[in-house]
Ligand binder design. Structure first.
Ligand SMILES: C[S@@+](CC[C@H](N)C(=O)[O-])C[C@H]1O[C@@H](n2cnc3c(N)ncnc32)[C@H](O)[C@@H]1O
Length: 572
């Protein structure tokens, strides 16, 4: 079965056969079809017009689906999106679908809006263009009373498509950009050597922005959205795209530099698992074009339309919940303590060990071996950081260095058993992939320094969404407990001080403040940068937290003064 059998009704086949049989002239055939469904140049050439015989356009699964971020919108969803726009009194006369795929947005807009004069569409995959054309023809054959707008469907790459040349929008037009661009990142595409990438025009040229948002990785959808904002900056209209939440967040975050003329920004969260069968957080992103340059976005549930929150820029801070943030904005500063990431060894099977008996340990290969106790420390991972206080661990590790890069030759001289064990795994140590170990002493570890040996620590997981701080005390042998690199912590020499700061950090107020900054879509929601924003001095002055506190609290609170940039520089 070729694509047509599936996507075209017998009535339309009949219609086309009659026209083709009664005519040999392609422009005339196309004109007759255009009269019914509005599509210009329905058949590009006579071979196209032989569509009944064309068995090559078999759609039995597009092999490069992931390369094209190919997640077609189901009609139910595309209709709901159009209905939502209609409920906002949006009634476009020109529609542009920049990557129209199987055309469900085009069909849904024909069903929903009653003022469409022109539709423009671009799609890179030819079979989808054929499908869409036939679906549109079918639609008008079933709805003969509906006047067809002028429809131009381009087989083109959106990255090269000359919108100025093909889409002419006048002052009085009510323009709508509608669709669902590819769901794929440049990194994923580079990984498969794909050519489906924009030439990196301007996109990453915003110096400092990478530093702010992190990464050379960007979504193709984000690139397409930005270039449309640029191309249609002076056109009155509306914009509605289904995109990943991370893309919406980036658009908002970069608005501070991009200053696109977009306003009334709204995000309607959809259930991507239900709609696309993918585990991605995605939404309908809506905004008005050619207006002020807004930097806030209201968030709703797509299905109930209930408002959830608002996120975006509050002065010079990018936050995930503006209302909550404003309540605690004075906590947003520079932390007086330096948050550290835990230690890293990249060799779990060898370095994550359990205690079987005194001096006797077992690794993940189930091998048992003896170690001197001196270099063995209890270690906690993110999953261990439950509850309030911890002073014992399930797992142990070998701390081979006191600071990064320190020589490890002392182990051979002073700790024979430990050396024998490490040496027996020498190959595995040298095969560690990360470049941080290259040229470093044997058995090197990372994320280690004086701070690792502080007896008291306040730690939090970098992996979990719950904001749970844990107070960590020395173990029964009075040894400091270590944390792995999935955790962040502050170290203290003084138990009282650790206890007081712990009380402060675990307060509801701090949790709310942090949650107003966190975007739950991020892989690591808790980061060092986030924790370094807690101005502990300001938190300690908060009247709810301060009430009923004892003398120690007041003493420490007075000692911790707001931090200055110079002092911050000392953190290095
Ligand atoms: C997520 S799908 C959505 C399709 C359609 N907009 C919808 O809502 O169902 C993305 C579409 O973009 C197309 N595409 C991918 N890269 C493209 C490019 N560079 N130019 C034009 N279309 C592209 C894919 O072939 C696919 O049909």
């Amino acid at each position: 079965m070729n694509i047509y059998n599936k996507n075209i009704s017998p009535k339309s086949v009949d219609f086309l056969q009659k026209i083709i049989k009664s005519n040999n002239n392609l422009p005339e055939i196309n004109q007759k079809i255009e009269n019914v469904c509005g599509i210009a140049d329905f058949f590009k050439n006579t071979k196209d017009a032989d569509f009944f015989k064309d068995k090559s356009l078999n759609l039995s699964d597009r092999s490069e689906k992931s390369e094209y971020g190919d997640y077609q919108t189901n009609t139910n969803l595309s209709v709901q999106v159009c209905e939502l726009l209609k409920s906002k009194k949006i009634n476009p006369n020109i529609i542009f679908e920049p990557t129209f795929g199987k055309g469900n947005f085009i069909i849904s807009s024909l069903k929903t809006f009653d003022n469409i004069e022109q539709i423009f569409g671009v799609e890179i995959y030819k079979p989808y263009i054929q499908i869409t054309k036939f679906k549109i023809l079918d639609y008008f054959i079933q709805n003969l009373n509906q006047k067809a707008p002028k429809i131009k469907l381009f087989h083109a790459n959106i990255f090269d498509f000359d919108t100025k040349k093909h889409i002419n929008i006048n002052k009085n037009d009510n323009f709508l950009i509608l669709g669902n661009p590819p769901w794929v990142t440049n990194t994923e595409l580079s990984g498969i050597n794909s050519k489906n990438l924009p030439r990196k025009v301007n996109f990453k040229n915003h110096k400092g922005l990478d530093a702010m948002t992190g990464k050379g990785n960007f979504d193709i959808a984000e690139f397409i959205t930005n270039s449309l904002f640029e191309k249609f900056a002076d056109k009155t209209g509306n914009f509605a795209f289904l995109i990943k939440n991370s893309v919406i967040k980036n658009i908002l975050q970069r608005q501070i530099v991009n200053n696109y003329k977009i306003t009334n920004l709204e995000k309607f969260i959809i259930d991507a698992k239900k709609e696309f069968n993918v585990s991605v957080n995605a939404s309908l992103f809506y905004c008005k074009l050619n207006s002020k340059s807004d930097k806030l976005c209201a968030e709703f549930d797509f299905y109930t339309k209930e408002k959830i929150k608002e996120f975006g820029w509050v002065n010079d801070k990018f936050v995930s919940n503006t209302d909550t943030y404003q309540k605690y904005a004075n906590f947003d500063g520079i932390c007086q303590y330096e948050w550290r990431q835990g230690m890293k060894h990249d060799l779990t099977k060898v370095m994550e060990i359990e205690k079987v008996a005194d001096n006797l340990y077992q690794n993940k290969f189930n091998e048992k071996f003896e170690l001197e106790e001196e270099l063995v420390y209890g270690i906690l991972k993110s999953s261990d950081l439950k509850g309030e206080t911890i002073n014992k661990t399930r797992k142990y590790t070998i701390i081979t260095q006191k600071k990064i890069g320190q020589a490890t030759s002392f182990i051979k001289n002073d700790y024979h058993k430990t050396y024998n064990y490490l040496q027996s795994k020498f190959d595995l140590f040298s095969k560690r992939k990360s470049s941080i170990y290259k040229g470093k002493p044997a058995f090197s570890i990372f994320g280690i320094g004086d701070y690792s040996f502080k007896p008291y620590k306040i730690a939090i997981s970098g992996l979990y969404k719950q904001l749970n701080f844990t107070l960590i005390k020395p173990d029964k042998n009075n040894k400091p407990i270590m944390l792995d690199d999935t955790c962040y912590f502050i170290g203290f020499d003084d138990e009282k001080e650790a206890e007081i700061i712990f009380e402060v950090l675990k307060s509801e107020e701090v949790k709310e403040f942090l949650s107003s900054l966190i975007f739950n879509d991020a892989k690591r929601s808790v980061t060092k940068d986030l924790l370094m924003r807690i101005d502990i001095s300001a938190v300690m002055k908060n009247k709810n937290i301060r009430k009923n506190k004892n003398d120690n609290y007041l003493k420490i609170s007075r000692r911790i003064t707001p931090i200055t940039q110079t002092k911050l520089a000392l953190f290095g």
